[in-house]
Write a protein that binds this ligand. Structure first.
Ligand SMILES: *[C@@H]1O[C@H](CO)[C@@H](O)[C@H](O)[C@H]1NC(C)=O
Ligand SMILES: *[C@@H]1O[C@H](CO)[C@@H](O)[C@H](O)[C@H]1NC(C)=O
Length: 279
């Protein structure tokens, strides 16, 4: 197979020149020296294979993944794959860490002017599994790629409010719903050929920016004076909830990226992305 005409202006030739990474498309070049790959049907589609997560070898006819390959710009296809990917994550495939439910040890937000610190501990977060893919972008600044996720989360945790000069913190149990947290994740992804002669994506450090579409809703327990005092402070400054929610969402998204980093080190690109010059 010879690389056909390239249609876009922004293309970068990467490692070993075996691949062309072009506006989000992965193209193979001189990849077929050993003849046609066995796992392709004439129309280029692969049938859904049974799962086998171990021992991925070159030339295997069985994909290690329970979802079909997607073109990198086919957001609908990627949305379906992402859903399955989250289930694989929560099942711990490839050594990935479950993200739903997940315990975030502690989150702290300080208000220097009010001399007040809020700490949320032993936060139990659920809902990450239903994260939706909003957007996929390539060719951002410095050749970075990006992804925008939308997530609804439900969490519980031990909230304490410390005010300077007051010996004891106020304590309450917080239950919070985060609806429509938008995570904008950008990273540098390089393609590298492994010793097994397969191509892998190596994900560099990520940058994550969170934006809440609305202020999270919450309630405090028990019905105590402490809870009442904390509630008053939160009502006065709803941005505290925003901060807490952003920290939690960011922590989960970092885990998701770490998981994908592990995944992409273990699974060759061809199992989840359709190549640009594939029929
Ligand atoms: C976290 O919450 C989920 C759902 O409410 C629950 O099933 C799970 O046991 C909790 N985990 C911990 C460690 O409390
Ligand atoms: C996400 O962040 C990137 C880089 O900072 C920026 O170019 C892009 O516009 C952002 N996208 C959204 C939807 O906010």
């Amino acid at each position: 197979m010879v690389l056909g005409r390239v249609h876009c202006a922004f293309c970068v030739i990467l490692v070993f020149q075996t691949l062309l990474y072009c506006d989000g498309q992965f193209a193979q070049k001189n990849y077929e020296t050993r003849g046609k790959r066995a796992n392709e049907s004439p129309d280029g589609k692969r049938s859904a294979p049974p799962m086998d997560t171990r021992n991925i070898r070159r030339g295997d006819t069985v994909s290690p993944l329970p979802f079909p390959t997607c073109r990198a710009d086919n957001v609908d296809c990627l949305r379906r794959s992402l859903r399955t990917f989250f289930f694989l994550m929560d099942a711990g495939h490839f050594g990935m860490q479950p993200v739903d439910p997940v315990i975030v040890n502690s989150v702290t937000v300080s208000l220097p002017e009010e001399q007040t610190t809020f700490s949320l501990r032993r936060v139990n977060v659920t809902g990450a599994r239903w994260t939706k893919l909003v957007e996929r972008r390539f060719g951002l600044e410095n050749g970075k790629a990006g992804v925008v996720f939308l997530t609804d989360l439900h969490l519980t945790g031990q909230l304490s409010m410390e005010v300077a000069g007051r010996p004891e913190p106020h304590n309450a149990f917080l239950t919070m719903d985060i609806q429509g947290a938008e995570s904008n994740i950008t990273y540098l992804g390089n393609i590298q050929r492994g010793r097994d002669n397969e191509d892998y994506i190596v994900i560099g450090p990520e940058r994550i920016a969170i934006r809440n579409r609305r202020i999270p809703s919450y309630f405090l327990q028990p019905n105590s004076e402490d809870a009442y005092t904390i509630d008053e402070a939160l009502q006065k400054k709803p941005s505290i909830l925003d901060h807490i929610s952003n920290e939690i969402t960011a922590a989960i998204m970092h885990s998701v990226v770490d998981n994908f980093r592990l995944f992409s080190m273990n699974v060759p690109i061809r199992y989840y992305y359709k190549y640009y010059n594939e029929k």
